[in-house]
Design a protein around this ligand. Structure first.
Ligand SMILES: N=c1c2ncn([C@@H]3O[C@H](COP(=O)(O)OP(=O)(O)OP(=O)(O)O)[C@@H](O)[C@H]3O)c2ncn1[C@@H]1O[C@H](COP(=O)(O)O)[C@@H](O)[C@H]1O
Length: 119
């Protein structure tokens, strides 16, 4: 594995998508071998449901101030987001590019309105 854990994970997800597309197995068989292939076999609604579920679990972990649980839930969410990107044919590198572009900006883009209470 290279230093870029996210890129490597996305590549595994893409490999599983290709693997699923070429396998003629049932969902039960697929699930035993690869959870990622199973998600692709279930389609967009299932993947979106999982993203929502993992996001809620992340929020609950944060509300409980349980950082051990929180890091696991964030990891689950990131994985499911990658499956969603692959399902939608959105290269994860495009998400990284948006973050990189934003990192070049200094300060907040919003201009704070100064209210003059004297007038
Ligand atoms: N990062 C993950 C990852 N995070 C979470 N999960 C799986 O997500 C599932 C979430 O559990 P749930 O109880 O919510 O779901 P479930 O009851 O098993 O099934 P459903 O409710 O979704 O039908 C578990 O089965 C976890 O194993 C993941 N499965 C895979 N990966 C990565 O994907 C790679 C390829 O995995 P496979 O496709 O399984 O080989 C792995 O090496 C990991 O790097």
């Amino acid at each position: 594995m290279s230093n870029n854990v996210l890129e490597d994970l996305y590549q595994v997800v893409l490999d599983r998508k290709a693997q699923y597309a070429s396998s003629g197995e049932s969902a039960d068989e697929i699930k035993k071998k690869s959870y990622t292939c199973y998600l692709f076999s279930q389609g967009e609604n299932k993947i979106l449901k999982k993203c929502g579920e993992e996001c809620t679990e992340m929020v609950i972990a944060a509300k409980n101030h349980d950082n051990n649980e929180l890091k696991n839930e964030i990891s689950d969410l990131l994985y499911h987001i990658m499956v969603l990107c692959a399902e939608e044919n959105l290269p994860f590198s495009e998400v990284e590019a948006v973050l990189e572009e934003r990192s070049k900006k200094i300060g907040n883009l919003k201009v704070f309105k100064q209210v003059d209470h004297e007038t």
